[in-house]
Ligand binder design. Structure first.
Ligand code: FRU
Length: 487
């Protein structure tokens, strides 16, 4: 199907029910549906939104276009959970229906308050000339999950400073004051993170931009998030058009982060910032959203996907997934990301040091420990004839890992390269925890020192696992679990 703008922005109530029923059927038959990841029932999923804890539950939303695997008229789709693993699907929540959000409820965040769960999100509007206008809007959800939109936008774009590419507000409350950080583009076409503040949401004023090196800001920034770990800031953001000479990355747009000693809200700067780094080494990760949860953890979740990509599931009528929920920690100033401890609840049927690694389903966690001084290769999702597989080369002496998608049964966005490389501690043992869920693979290296998040689309019965090392004698320890949801 060719999707015109008219198709993409057709109001939801103008689609007939039969179309959606038919689409649901097609999606259900897809060979690449996921077992324990959040995925759309139909159509496209992109950014995680409104990740929060409110009314004794976790709330998570995602950018949804339900009518096809394309970017169309967006809404927020709502899920709740008590354990971050089993999610209850509550369907569409925030939907476009007024002059300040007519062309999409774009990304945003949620802040738990005594008055309810407060959402701030970007209302995307196109005028008659298809010019974009962006509004930062507020809505409040009560404990019965009823949502009330505040009609007047909290922020309209200061067009003397920014273009209409300003979006994805993170709403924070710091020392009784509201702060909003926004991904933006200045009128000079450079990326920026704009900060607004005020004592009430009706009184937000532009304060200035976060001080980030101009070279690291690209032409536009999307999805900024600031979290704190023991008072140290971690700033996650997606700078589009970042110069490859300034920073190495291979995905169409990088999902990056900075950490630092401390953060000043007066000067809007990170004191002693780290070098810019990629949050994830994989092929498919973007728009990560993080927040400081009331239980003290810094949690994050990512879109397993990227703008402008095509995936084999498109022809099955769906696209995109959310990653596992991960906890962010700092160890000696280094950022670690690891699935929340609750993820272990999914483990069933433990197998230890099995000689012939094999499994009948592609829904498992594989833990591999490899001794120092080894080079070798791990092949996952392997066909019986050994033609197709996802490969991970490791060299523990050099501390180098290479994920290689070039033996996949079908090409996936090959113009962005088929290999991703990560450097880890050299001359040391290597530990891999690999979460395979049919067409999503998340590889955590050394308890989260590095992460590779990727899609991979095996054919039916391609589920072999193969490990080879330079020294075959007792250098590998493995554990394996099926990962199954209990409901
Ligand atoms: C990032 C993004 C956001 C925007 C949303 C629209 O993937 O482009 O900047 O709010 O997606 O769906």
């Amino acid at each position: 199907k060719h999707w015109t703008d008219k198709d993409r922005y057709r109001p939801y109530n103008e689609w007939d029910d039969a179309y959606l029923v038919e689409l649901k059927k097609r999606v259900k038959q897809s060979n690449w549906r996921l077992g324990f990841h959040i995925q759309p029932q139909t159509g496209l999923l992109n950014d995680p939104n409104g990740f929060s804890f409110f009314n004794n539950q976790w709330h998570l939303f995602y950018q949804s276009y339900p009518y096809g695997p394309v970017h169309g008229l967006k809404s927020w789709h709502h899920l709740t959970s008590t354990d971050l693993i089993h999610w209850k699907d509550l369907g569409l929540a925030l939907q476009p229906n007024n002059q300040f959000d007519s062309h999409g409820i774009f990304s945003g965040s949620a802040l738990s308050t005594l008055e309810g769960l407060v959402f701030m999100y970007t209302g995307n509007v196109r005028d008659q000339n298809w010019q974009r206008h962006s509004y930062q809007n507020v809505a409040i959800m009560d404990s019965g999950n009823a949502i009330n939109k505040i009609t007047e936008p909290a922020i309209t774009t200061p067009t003397n400073i920014f273009t209409e590419d300003i979006r994805d507000p993170q709403l924070l409350k710091i020392h009784k004051e509201y702060k909003v950080i926004l991904g933006a583009q200045t009128i000079n076409k450079t990326g920026a993170i704009a900060v607004f503040k005020g004592h009430s949401l009706e009184d937000l004023k532009y304060q200035g931009d976060l001080k980030i090196d101009k070279e690291l800001s690209g032409y536009m920034i999307e999805c900024p998030n600031l979290v704190f770990i023991d008072k140290h800031p971690v700033l996650l953001f997606c700078p589009q058009g970042l110069d490859h000479k300034q920073h190495e990355y291979q995905n169409v747009y990088p999902n990056t982060y900075l950490t630092g000693e401390s953060f000043s809200w007066d000067y809007l700067e990170i004191k002693h910032p780290s070098a810019l780094a990629n949050l994830d080494e994989g092929f498919d990760v973007y728009a990560t959203q993080a927040f400081n949860a009331p239980d003290g953890r810094a949690l994050e979740v990512s879109w397993v996907g990227l703008p402008e990509m095509e995936y084999p599931t498109d022809s099955d009528g769906w696209s995109g997934a959310l990653s596992l929920v991960k906890e962010l920690t700092l160890k000696n100033g280094e950022l670690f990301q690891y699935p929340v401890k609750e993820t272990k609840e999914l483990r069933k049927n433990e197998q230890v040091n099995i000689k012939q690694l094999a499994n009948s389903s592609n829904q498992y966690e594989l833990e591999i420990q490899i001794k120092d001084n080894q080079t070798g290769e791990l092949q996952l999702l392997r066909s019986e004839d050994g033609q197709h597989y996802l490969s991970l080369h490791f060299d523990t002496t050099m501390g180098k890992l290479v994920l290689d998608r070039s033996h996949s049964p079908q090409p996936i966005n090959v113009k962005f390269g088929q290999k991703r490389i990560a450097n880890v501690s050299s001359h040391s043992d290597l530990k891999l925890n690999i979460f395979v869920d049919n067409s999503v693979v998340e590889i955590f290296v050394n308890n989260g020192e590095k992460v590779f998040t990727s899609r991979y689309f095996p054919l039916l019965n391609e589920s072999g696992i193969n490990v080879k090392t330079s020294d075959e004698n007792d250098t590998i320890r493995t554990k394996m679990w099926d990962l199954l949801k209990t409901n």
